[in-house]
Write a protein that binds this ligand. Structure first.
Ligand SMILES: Nc1nc2c(ncn2[C@@H]2O[C@H](COP(=O)(O)OP(=O)(O)OP(=O)(O)O)[C@@H](O)[C@H]2O)c(=O)[nH]1
Ligand SMILES: [Mg+2]
Length: 223
């Protein structure tokens, strides 16, 4: 038992020091890294696409590293909306790790985008423990998956600065209670900023872009 616990601690220590290297590197070129985490199909790729359209319209450069077990479908979807995108195929691994970014680091540092979105592998458990050098964590709670995901998977929602209630255009169709969802989010993460968004109607996209810009400003003041 103690051997496996020590091994896990050592693996996480190594991952965290790799993340710190990424954090320093991205900070040195003024890139804000945003780790986006949620269940499969909750709307991460669609959200990053429309959010990137908004941020680029305001003059920012946006890059994305997107993780899936297999396929490059999401990178292809994102490509028209961003300045740079690469797909990481994890071959079954249920989360992204900082070491997986090494092949892309030189390109990214040269591009020096204002924003680097990391679309994590769709999973509400495994990505939580892996620091990817991000300054912001965003979780999605889709209206199609029920209100109580934050109560069932508290660790993920607890570690996020922003929680997006995604697919807001479907609230009525799936009889989703926003009130109940906000209650569960606040129970596990009282300080999180919860924003209701639809990638279809663009409701909430401007507010989300502003929230990310506000954190960017705070991060710069603090460094
Ligand atoms: N109605 C509606 N559908 C949406 C919205 N956002 C995403 N979708 C749809 O939901 C499905 C899944 O969206 P994705 O963006 O692929 O979800 P994802 O979280 O990236 O999925 P994985 O990468 O597989 O984890 C797609 O069919 C999208 O078109 C939204 O705001 N409203
Ligand atoms: Mg996706």
């Amino acid at each position: 038992m103690s051997i496996s616990v020590n091994l896990e601690a050592q693996i996480l220590d190594k991952a965290n020091s790799e993340a710190q290297i990424l954090k320093n590197a991205f900070a040195s070129v003024g890139t804000l890294v945003i780790n986006v985490m949620s269940s499969p199909g909750s709307g991460k790729t669609e959200l990053i696409s429309v959010l990137s359209d908004e941020l680029r319209a305001q003059g920012s450069k946006v890059a994305v590293l997107v993780g899936d077990c297999a396929t490059d479908h999401d990178a292809k979807r994102l490509s028209p909306h961003v300045d740079w995108v690469e797909q990481i195929q994890t071959k079954g691994v249920c989360h992204l790790e900082a070491r997986m970014f090494t092949p892309y680091l030189d390109d990214l540092l040269q591009l020096a985008p204002q924003f680097l979105f990391i679309e994590n592998v769709g999973n509400l458990v495994c990505p939580v423990d892996f620091d990817l050098g991000e300054s912001i964590r965003v979780s999605l709670l889709s209206t199609t998956e029920g209100e109580d995901k934050p109560a069932k998977y508290p660790d993920l929602f607890r570690t996020c600065h922003i929680t997006v209630i995604s697919k807001a255009d479907l609230i009525e169709a799936v009889e989703f209670s926003e009130h109940e969802a906000r209650h569960y989010i606040e129970l596990v993460s009282p300080k999180t900023n919860t924003i209701k968004v639809s990638a279809r109607t663009k409701e909430g996209i401007e507010e989300l872009a502003q929230a990310i810009r506000a954190i960017t400003a705070q991060t710069k003041e603090g460094s």
